[in-house]
Design a protein around this ligand. Structure first.
Ligand SMILES: [Mg+2]
Length: 222
């Protein structure tokens, strides 16, 4: 249970938290290897193995999330390819309802994502959920990924929030760990970020299974 009396601000991750991670997993693990393989005369399995190594080499850095980096490094039009499959972008169950109820309760609600501004824009255009957030922040504008030291204090300089009275919901363990180090008191992970894959094993953070479970007891802010 979440003690809502102790929370003024809720920070939502985007991919895997508000939106189904299936879009991104399908894009990077199926579509990109298939197209890359076609272009270079490789089987999809060969292309996958090759790309996996390249993904690993930049994980945890902003490049991993950067459309320009991948367009250049793979010589593919990554934004265009994302546009082609935008119909696969979907909200996680009850995410919008939860965000709306939080706003109605008088709390500050922000979307804080590692997605490139171009991906953020595509997803907002497709889902239409942007007006429901007080602020939307792509970590690229702070030149740090959310799992990098200093991100959460840099965010505070732009958008004031009290870390002791803030809840962060995110499907990434490295991100939750960094937020914890920087004093964000309330942290929740996501049980099943990708609707097409098995749920994650519970680790050091309490997981949210259904947003409806945590919406109960959501009182107006005092
Ligand atoms: Mg995420």
């Amino acid at each position: 249970m979440i003690d809502w009396k102790t929370i003024d601000t809720v920070l939502f991750d985007m991919d895997g938290t508000v939106l189904d991670l299936h879009f991104d997993n399908y894009f990077w693990e199926d579509l990109v290897p298939a197209r890359y393989g076609e272009r270079h005369g490789l089987s999809t399995a060969e292309a996958s193995a090759l790309l996996r190594k390249r993904y690993e080499s930049v994980k945890g850095t902003l490049d991993w999330y950067c459309l320009d980096f991948w367009s250049q490094s793979l010589a593919m039009d990554i934004p265009r390819l994302k546009e082609d499959i935008r119909h696969k972008i979907t909200l996680r169950p009850h995410a919008l309802d939860f965000v709306q109820q939080l706003r109605a309760s008088g709390r500050q609600v922000m979307l804080v994502t590692n997605a490139h501004p171009g991906s953020l824009d595509l997803k907002m255009r497709h889902t239409g959920i942007a007006p429901h957030f007080d602020h939307m922040i792509s970590s690229h504008t702070l030149k740090l990924a959310k799992e990098n030291a200093g991100f959460w204090s840099a965010l505070r300089e732009r958008h004031d929030y009290d870390p002791r009275r803030t809840l962060l919901i995110d499907d990434s363990l490295p991100v939750l760990r960094q937020a914890e180090k920087e004093g964000i008191r309330h942290l929740r992970a996501i049980h099943q970020p990708d609707s097409q894959r098995a749920p994650l094993h519970p680790e050091e953070f309490v997981q949210i299974e259904h947003f409806t479970d945590v919406m109960s007891g959501l009182d107006p802010r005092e």
